[in-house]
Design a protein. Structure first.
Length: 337
């Protein structure tokens, strides 16, 4: 049995999610202790418990010790089955992070699957739906599987209530080598707001226009139904020929619209000024599928603790080693052997 210290590396929920997915694929049981040991509120939260329950449902697995607040569990996988599944977090916890748990196993399963995932689709502690749809899934589709995601309802923190549907057609994974992102195509800035004064998004867009040297028709405001709020997010997208980067800034109490927009704009400009293929969040998400493909590489900015933790868990379950090499242009080349 694999034993994992959940406080290692980034010390958050990603360690648990990656372990669940890789356990389902490899058939290896694991015990994890100090779950989310580096978080202000350690232990399992509702979204992590939903991920465990979902992994049990698709994989005929058993789990000892699971419950809100639990710091240790033992997970024993069964056999993964494709099919139609519905999972609800029940809070604003991220539905997308539940997808992160299930996707690796279902994209190489015995049959197609359809998932309905309910919970948060836009919250500051997880990639928003647009990142999954436009940054991650196009690369997964290039590896062989076919994954299509649809946003049914927005779900903001703290209310939740969002919903997404995901169709997965499995296939063996083929390696990708992602070094050149190609020429820049479209750019887009979208400010979403629900149940909050419209002046917030106008100020976000005005500030983003001042910082970004993008055409005026790239900037958009989208007002959602009042009952979907309160919520606000600024999404900045840079679509290159081979990859799309999506940077998000979430409105929250005590942070001005101007400050939010300046921070998000600075992040997208930093990515665009580099030659890195994958931004820091996309790099995290590529570790498991590239490991499962048995080879591949990509360039990114300086690897984060999240990326290093993903590598450590993948190496535990699969025994395939990753190499990180600093490049002369300031990027890093990550490759799995």
């Amino acid at each position: 049995m694999i034993v994992i210290d959940g406080s290692q590396g980034e010390g958050g929920g990603q360690i648990l999610r990656n372990a669940l997915g890789l356990s389902l694929i490899t058939g290896q049981s694991f015990r994890i202790h100090n779950i989310r040991g580096q978080r202000e509120r350690p232990g399992l939260m509702r979204q992590h418990l939903t991920a465990i329950e979902a992994a049990m449902a698709i994989g005929g697995a058993t789990c000892d010790g699971a419950g809100v607040g639990a710091a240790e569990i033992t997970f024993r996988p069964g056999s993964v089955k494709g099919g139609d599944y519905r999972f609800a977090v029940g809070t604003a916890g991220s539905a997308g992070l539940v997808l992160q748990t299930l996707l690796p196993a279902l994209m190489i399963a015995d049959a197609p699957s359809r998932l309905v995932l309910e919970g948060g689709t836009h919250n500051p502690y997880a990639p928003p739906f647009e990142f999954l749809e436009r940054s991650l899934l196009p690369l997964i589709n290039r590896m062989g599987p076919r994954v299509e995601a649809r946003l049914i309802r927005h779900g903001f923190y703290p209310r939740g209530g969002g919903s997404m549907e995901v169709d997965i057609t499995p296939s063996p994974l083929r390696r990708l080598d992602c070094h050149d992102r190609g020429a820049l195509g479209a750019t887009r800035a979208t400010a979403l707001v629900a149940g909050l004064p419209g002046d917030i998004v106008r100020r976000e867009i005005m500030t983003a226009r001042e910082v970004l040297d993008w055409p005026h028709d790239c900037f958009h405001i989208e007002r959602l139904a009042e009952e979907r709020g309160p919520g606000n997010v600024l999404l900045l997208e840079a679509a290159f020929e081979q990859v799309t980067e999506v940077v998000s800034g979430f409105g929250r109490f005590g942070v001005s619209a101007e400050s939010l927009a300046k921070t998000a704009a600075s992040r997208i400009l930093g990515y665009m000024a580099s030659t890195a293929f994958a931004g820091p969040y996309l790099a995290d998400q590529l570790i498991v599928p590239f490991s499962l493909a048995g080879g591949g590489s990509f360039t990114t900015v300086k690897p984060s603790n999240h990326t290093k933790s993903a590598i450590a868990i993948a190496e535990m379950f699969l025994g395939r080693q990753w190499q990180i090499e600093a490049q002369s242009d300031g990027t890093h080349l990550l490759s799995v052997k």
